[in-house]
Ligand binder design. Structure first.
Ligand code: CAA
Length: 290
């Protein structure tokens, strides 16, 4: 029996990191019973506290009714055990660490733990879902559903189908994104980085070229992109927000897959990562954060 959009009541998000917690809150705000699963109780506690704080500040700003905040927080459950988290899922969004072995293990487990009608989506921005689909034993119900950071704010969701993804899986995933208040776009064939990250990568590469070769400071490159092209953040500010470790990891994975010279990880970024400078989250990246 294939899933219909109206039969989806319970959503499970795997991973309570920066993306997973905001995806879960997005689903909870849209009225879905949402279970967040993470192997780390500390991570779940941090995610729960951050989402409560976010809801409180929205209410204080007058952007969210207290009753809506309470309802959304009430829709959230936090769980370390994957079996319990997946047991009633109608739709799963995996937002775990961006490592293929970990994701494949999760999809294999979900194949036996999630109800047979459940659609299994991965939030991965690099790994096409074909890489995990077979492990789940239900390849036609697997696709990418890629959110952007910060997921509570950014409107875009990239839905990516692989060769065996069914039309129903695509339709339901696109509609679910709309019910989350997002504006989904469809990628018909897998390509690493999909649309937005590929274009962002080109901007980052060019900005790094200008910076590394002394044509302009990072501050002036950021200012040119903000004030000249109307982007909300400059490329260096944005890389610091996304996380230099994430960018470096994505670059490594893409390079391993394509072997193309232009996909080689950037040395300035790899150096900062090796020094523990991951961007905003570690207090320093291209810029310092107090
Ligand atoms: N979490 C939740 N909400 C946040 C937030 C966060 N981390 N940061 C900002 N916001 C909210 C604020 O609460 C505010 O909401 P209201 O206007 O409703 O009050 C709104 O966003 C605007 O925030 P600010 O006024 O503080 O600041 P801003 O106007 O500069 O916006 C921004 C902040 C939304 C991050 C904006 O700068 C922006 O859009 N930047 C570009 C982000 C971007 O390109 N993201 C994609 C990254 S690539 C990616 O994610 C793909 C991948 O796979 C790696």
């Amino acid at each position: 029996m294939s899933t219909t959009i109206d039969s989806i009541k319970n959503i499970t998000v795997i991973g309570a990191g920066a993306m997973g917690r905001q995806i879960a809150m997005t689903a909870a705000l849209a009225g879905y019973q949402t279970t967040v699963q993470d192997i780390s109780q500390d991570m779940l506690d941090a995610a729960s506290a951050e989402m409560s704080g976010w809801a409180e500040s929205r209410v204080a700003k007058g952007k969210l009714e207290q009753s809506a905040a309470d309802a959304a927080l009430g829709n959230l459950a936090w769980e370390t055990d994957l079996e319990r988290a997946a047991a009633n899922a109608d739709f799963v969004i995996e937002a775990a660490t961006e490592r293929l072995d970990i994701k494949r293990g999760i999809f294999e487990s979900l194949g036996s733990l999630a109800p047979s009608h459940a659609i299994l989506a991965t939030n991965s921005s690099t790994l096409g879902s074909s890489k995990v689909a077979e492990a789940s034993g239900r390849a036609e119900q697997v696709c990418n559903m890629h959110f952007f950071n910060p997921a509570l704010v950014m409107k875009c969701v990239e839905v990516v189908r692989h060769e065996s993804t069914s039309d129903n899986t695509v339709d339901v995933t696109m509609e679910l994104a709309r019910r989350f208040g997002k504006e989904p776009v469809l990628i018909n064939r897998e390509i690493p980085g999909f649309i937005a990250n590929r274009v962002m990568g080109a901007i980052n590469d060019e900005s790094l070229f200008l910076y590394e070769n002394g044509y302009a400071s990072k501050e002036d490159i950021d200012a040119a992109i903000r004030n000249g092209l109307g982007h909300p953040m400059g490329p260096f500010e944005l890389m610091d927000m996304v996380g230099l470790d994430v960018i470096d990891f994505i670059a490594q994975a893409t390079y391993e897959e394509t072997g193309a010279e232009e996909d080689k990880p950037n040395e300035s970024i790899s150096k900062l990562v090796a020094e523990g400078k991951f961007g905003r989250k570690s207090g320093e990246g291209f810029y310092e954060y107090k």
